[in-house]
Design a protein around this ligand. Structure first.
Ligand code: MLT
Length: 212
């Protein structure tokens, strides 16, 4: 199967050498969903927001699933390569630095970001994963060449994510060499202001040289 382009929105910060936040929506969302959240990270970062190429009954997703929380791993691998190739191409067209991408994904979007962390160790400068699940049952792969920071937050009352398995996923990312900050919040699957505030603080801490 050939790679298809993804629908996207790109907003340049107008600052040379700026980082780029790569926004990846949840199931049923689109490239508009996370734009107002991204504003919380300040004007000093470029924004690239994608829409997943898979449709589940009309709901956009980044890869197919076989059931709730059961992923079509073959499709996930293909879609991850498709997305990464598209982002690389866009970096040339839109003139942003592909070495300075911080992925920011919610739910399904966090899961394809996690897949890229495992399949392309070290490709992102950092990643923010809200409500993620471990994307592969038995991942195999390398280690990041340098410890890259990862922010992860889950809800203790989220019926779709088992807290034990989420902790195993944190341990796995650490084994891959990711410097992972993990937060368990007193909430469910929906994003809260606490997720956003914690992730903005994390961003300032790790990318303080980035204009805010
Ligand atoms: C979702 O609703 O999107 C799931 O919780 C995560 C996924 O299917 O990737």
């Amino acid at each position: 199967m050939n790679y298809q382009p993804l629908k996207y929105i790109y907003r340049s910060s107008g600052i040379d050498g700026a980082h780029t936040l790569l926004l990846l929506h949840g199931t049923g969302g689109d490239e508009h969903d996370l734009l107002s959240l991204a504003d919380r990270f300040g004007p000093g970062v470029n924004i690239l927001s994608l829409r997943g190429n898979v449709s589940e009954g009309g709901m956009p997703r980044f890869f197919r699933r076989l059931g709730m929380g059961i992923f079509d791993e073959e499709d996930l691998v293909f879609r991850t390569h498709e997305l990464m190739a598209f982002v690389k191409q866009l970096s040339e067209k839109e003139q942003f630095d592909p070495a300075k991408i911080i992925a920011l994904g919610y739910s399904n979007g966090a899961n394809i970001a996690g897949s890229a962390l495992l399949l392309y160790p070290g490709v992102f400068a950092g990643a923010i994963l809200y409500r993620p699940m471990q994307p592969f049952r038995a991942p195999s792969g390398g280690k990041t060449p340098e410890a890259r920071p990862v922010f992860m937050s889950n809800g203790l009352h989220d019926l779709t994510i088992d807290p034990e398995r989420a902790r195993d996923y944190v341990a796995l990312l650490r084994t891959y060499g990711y410097d992972t900050s993990y937060h368990e919040l007193n909430t469910g699957h929906q994003l809260t202001m606490e997720d956003i505030d914690l992730s903005v603080d994390w961003y300032r801490q790790h990318f303080s040289h980035a204009a805010l």
